[in-house]
Write a protein that binds this ligand. Structure first.
Ligand SMILES: [Zn+2]
Length: 113
């Protein structure tokens, strides 16, 4: 249903939603231009200031998740409109429990600071 090319195009928006910055997610060091472009392209990078080795999902809501960027976006936006886990699960080829779990995680972002 979704191509990986579309998933790549979704990445920048997902990064913005979950608050990714072009810096080390562990120590906050500013990445060099080369490391920064790899990081923003979704690749794993190594920080020169700490032991961090990983990608942009580290420390975000998506850390450890296997959801694609496209699946995350669809969950994120559709749940602002409807709460029909079985239908969304079918459309995204996910388990309804996964959809409900992600609804909780996404709604937990909506805390007014
Ligand atoms: Zn670091």
């Amino acid at each position: 249903m979704y191509s990986s090319e579309f998933d790549d195009k979704s990445r920048a928006l997902v990064m913005a939603i979950v608050g990714v910055r072009a810096q080390c997610p562990k120590c906050g060091a500013v990445f060099s231009q080369r490391v920064q472009s790899s990081f923003l392209a979704g690749q794993r990078v190594k920080c020169n200031h700490c032991e961090f080795y990983g990608n942009w999902r580290f420390g975000t809501l998506l850390e450890g998740s296997r959801l694609s960027n496209t699946q995350f976006l669809a969950l994120f936006f559709r749940y602002t409109l409807a709460n029909d886990a079985p239908a969304i699960a079918r459309q995204l080829n996910l388990d309804p429990g996964t959809v409900r779990d992600w609804r909780e995680r996404i709604l937990s972002l909506a805390v007014i600071a």
